[in-house]
Design a protein around this ligand. Structure first.
Ligand SMILES: *Cc1c(COP(=O)(O)O)cnc(C)c1O
Length: 390
């Protein structure tokens, strides 16, 4: 039989034969101490985890499922998406070395690089979000140890040629780590495109219900696996069996939610793009987007997260727009069942080179509501925007 699709595989992992009478879903085992029958057994890892921190049934099942989804030999869980960013960076860098990343990197990842890692002798350099893979490769220096890739970029959604950048980095002996949260491990497979480490915030689409914080890190190369496994163990990272169980529950419906939300996103994004109050919609799945050709070549799906640059106006009008909405929630994070909107212009100030935008920058996440009703809500918001500017 041909390899199964992600959609089928994520479910088939639960219905596997040959494991005896059991519930469909693994039990939530809450444990620190694991008991053995004999002293001889107390160091035998083949009999199961030796201690709660090694991971019980739900954590093990989730690690296997995410590794399978990302096409990786190994997966480690972290207590948040941010911890999934920091783990490989801590594991793979040494004082005197450098991390090269996009100026559109996720904000807390930037903070970790410029505050925590910099204080320990690992510096960061930021390239233009719209740089080509060749331009980024040309910035690699003697000190560069890791290129941290995020595509599309946070908030402004720039794409990069990931296979070309991964190949160029590898040729220089530099590792690549990709934040794959936007693709949820589903729409893009970093390891299959030559990237060394793929990580994602399971908090977002995998969890899918805005009720947990979790991250995953995946890798296959033996030296990289050894470094990350040791760092994970040394730091003492551990996640709750309940949260792992919730993430597994989310995983079974991930492909359906992702595809449905992408369809709704397209209705909402196309409608927004046609509005006179809007200058540009930032999403690589839209045909006019600068990243569209790369997205189309390498990605098999799209997240329902996009940026909107307003045409003129100001922060006060943006606040009026968001405050007038009734269906879009005001809140951070994304990937859940609910639509959300945020005003992101203040975030641009953290960039080395803040982009010149035609007006306020908003970020929309489209959930599972009826998109025609979401559009009606945005229409109300735009009336408030216009009234604020009158
Ligand atoms: C949200 C997010 C993270 C961090 O995830 P948390 O679980 O919220 O810590 C990392 N990277 C990207 C791209 C994100 O959107």
């Amino acid at each position: 039989m041909d390899p199964l699709s992600d959609r089928t595989r994520l479910i088939a992992a639960a219905t596997r034969r040959g494991e005896g009478r059991r519930p469909v879903n693994p039990p939530i085992e809450r444990a620190s101490t694991m008991l053995s029958d004999a002293v001889d057994d107390m160091r035998d890892g083949s009999l199961g985890p030796l201690y709660g921190i090694d991971g019980t049934a739900s954590q093990t099942a989730l690690r296997q499922a995410i590794a399978d989804l990302e096409g990786a030999e190994h997966c480690w869980l972290a207590p948040s998406g941010l911890a999934a960013v920091t783990l490989p960076l801590l594991a793979l860098t040494r004082p005197g070395e450098e991390v090269l990343t996009t100026d559109a990197v996720y904000g807390p990842s930037r903070r970790f690089l410029t505050r925590y890692l910099a204080a320990r002798g690992v510096t960061a350099r930021f390239h233009a979000p719209d740089a080509t893979a060749e331009e980024v490769a040309a910035l690699i220096s003697e000190r560069t140890r890791v290129v941290l890739i995020e595509a599309p970029g946070s908030l402004t959604m720039e794409m990069i040629d990931v296979p070309a950048l991964a190949a160029a980095a590898r040729a220089r002996g530099v590792l690549t780590v990709m934040d794959n949260t936007w693709a949820a491990g589903l729409a893009f497979k970093p390891l299959a495109h030559g990237v060394d480490v793929s990580l994602q915030a399971l908090t977002k689409y995998v969890g899918g219900h805005s009720d947990l914080m979790l991250g995953a890190v995946c890798a296959s190369d033996p030296a990289v696996v050894k470094a990350i496994a040791e760092a994970h163990e040394d730091i003492g990272l551990c996640v709750s069996p309940d949260d792992a169980w919730l993430a597994l529950r989310g995983l079974r419906t991930l492909p359906i939610r992702y595809a449905e939300q992408a369809w709704s996103m397209r209705q909402v994004a196309d409608w927004m793009a046609a509005r006179p109050e809007v200058s540009r919609v930032l999403h690589p799945a839209l045909p006019g987007d600068p990243g569209h050709a790369l997205w189309k070549r390498d990605f098999t799906g799209a997240a329902s997260l996009f940026g909107v640059v307003m045409q003129g106006g100001d922060g006060k009008a943006a606040h009026a727009f968001l405050d007038a909405l009734r269906l879009f929630g005001l809140g951070y994070s994304w990937g859940g069942f609910e639509s959300l909107i945020t005003y992101e212009t203040p975030q641009m100030a953290f960039r080395v080179n803040p982009p010149e935008l035609e007006g306020p920058l908003l970020r929309l996440h489209v959930g599972l509501e009826d998109p025609t009703e979401l559009i009606a809500d945005l229409e109300t918001g735009l009336a408030a925007w216009r009234a604020a500017l009158a």
